[in-house]
Design a protein around this ligand. Structure first.
Ligand SMILES: *Cc1c(COP(=O)(O)O)cnc(C)c1O
Length: 358
């Protein structure tokens, strides 16, 4: 019969590479299997001969890559008998935790920072019935509190310090290899807590160790300038950036990410908020792909390194787009041209159309 097998999520697909048993009850919303989109117009804008793809992780069930890790973390929490999960979050982790907890029938507690949380993410956590606690502090302070609560109360921490998170997230690298038929030369990725860059490297390395691929990519991690501890070489106490998902000054996977940097012979770099927003807009306008600001950091950095030749022509590049553009409607509207208001007459509408057609 010419029908495809129904896709039932990444744990089902990569069962033999993940820490689950045959009788594990899997908590899934059909995450993973996201599009790898080849950019057609941006290479032309750059005037460079490059093969560049975006991995559109915004098309996961709750709109970010966090779902890859959350399906694993919540599956294991339930397996271990946990009745509640907790996380600190700049937004996407809480949205994902709330949804998977709802699916599993357990309780979710989320600690979000004071202000600077994108509206879409907050709406998700609230809608899925999580207990949302807003602290008068930033993400790093929330993370510290969650670790303290986790040590005292019967709740499972589902931040990326939970090792099952990275296990789930490594599957993005598997998908990329399977789709490209090889590893990319460069994998560019936004860095906040640095769990995702670590997880991707785990995935590529696992395929390499198993002889499925015979090369490895260079991992390139980009941070926002106001929030760039890997560039400063030390923790940043008061991080600030428009890319709220990576507004993190004390990365939880600090040592792991430096190891990725060394082993993959990659590098870290930083992008200004202006560069990040310009890349977000360019991608939306030239390719029809809408990602949130933090996600565009990978493309912003890659474009600069392509232009300078640090990423040479002829390279195959993958940029991870970590979250969907609809997560942060305020920033999107702020940087777009205002809507034109006209009278509801054919004349006025015609005039408005002709004025915009050259
Ligand atoms: C969580 C997140 C990141 C950062 O990932 P880390 O694993 O913390 O480095 C980047 N972008 C978006 C949209 C995120 O939600």
């Amino acid at each position: 019969m010419p029908f495809r097998t129904r896709y039932t999520g990444l744990i089902d697909k990569y069962r033999d590479r993940l820490p689950v048993h045959d009788d594990t009850r899997i908590i899934s919303l059909g995450e993973g299997n996201t599009p790898l989109i080849r950019l057609n117009n941006i290479p032309r804008v750059l005037g460079k001969d490059i093969d560049i793809y975006v991995k559109y992780e915004g098309l996961n069930p709750t709109g970010s890559f966090k779902d890859r890790g959350m399906t694993m973390a919540v599956t294991k929490a339930v397996e271990e008998g946990s009745k509640a999960i907790i996380c600190a979050s700049t937004g996407n982790t809480s949205a994902s935790a709330a949804a998977y907890a709802a699916r599993a029938g357990i309780t979710a507690f989320v600690l979000i920072p004071d202000g600077k949380i994108a509206l879409g993410k907050l709406a998700q956590a609230m809608m899925h019935g999580a207990t949302v606690i807003q602290i008068k502090g930033n993400f790093d302070e929330g993370m510290q509190l969650v670790k303290e609560v986790g040590a005292e109360a019967p709740v499972t921490i589902v931040n990326s310090i939970n090792p099952y998170r990275l296990q789930g997230q490594k599957t993005a690298a598997f998908e990329i290899v399977e789709e490209l038929g090889s590893v990319p030369d460069f994998h560019c990725i936004p860095v906040g807590n640095a769990g995702n860059i670590t997880a991707h490297w785990m995935g590529y390395s696992e395929y390499h160790e198993n002889g499925i691929v015979n090369t490895l990519p260079r991992m390139v991690g980009y941070q926002a300038s106001g929030s760039a501890p890997f560039m400063r070489g030390k923790m940043v106490d008061d991080p600030d950036t428009v890319a709220t998902a990576i507004r993190i000054g004390h990365p939880q996977s600090w040592d792991k990410a430096w190891k990725v940097h060394e082993e993959s012979k990659g590098w870290f770099d930083e992008c200004s908020d202006d560069e990040i927003l310009a890349a977000q807009k360019l991608l939306a306008e030239k390719e029809g792909v809408f990602c949130e600001p933090a996600s565009a950091t990978s493309l912003a950095g890659a474009m600069r390194d392509i232009q300078s030749g640090k990423i040479p022509e002829g390279s195959k590049i993958v940029c991870t787009l970590t979250g969907h553009g609809l997560k942060d409607p305020d920033i999107a509207i702020q940087q777009s041209t205002a809507v034109q208001a006209v009278d509801a007459t054919l004349d006025e509408v015609k005039k408005a159309i002709l004025a915009n057609m050259e």
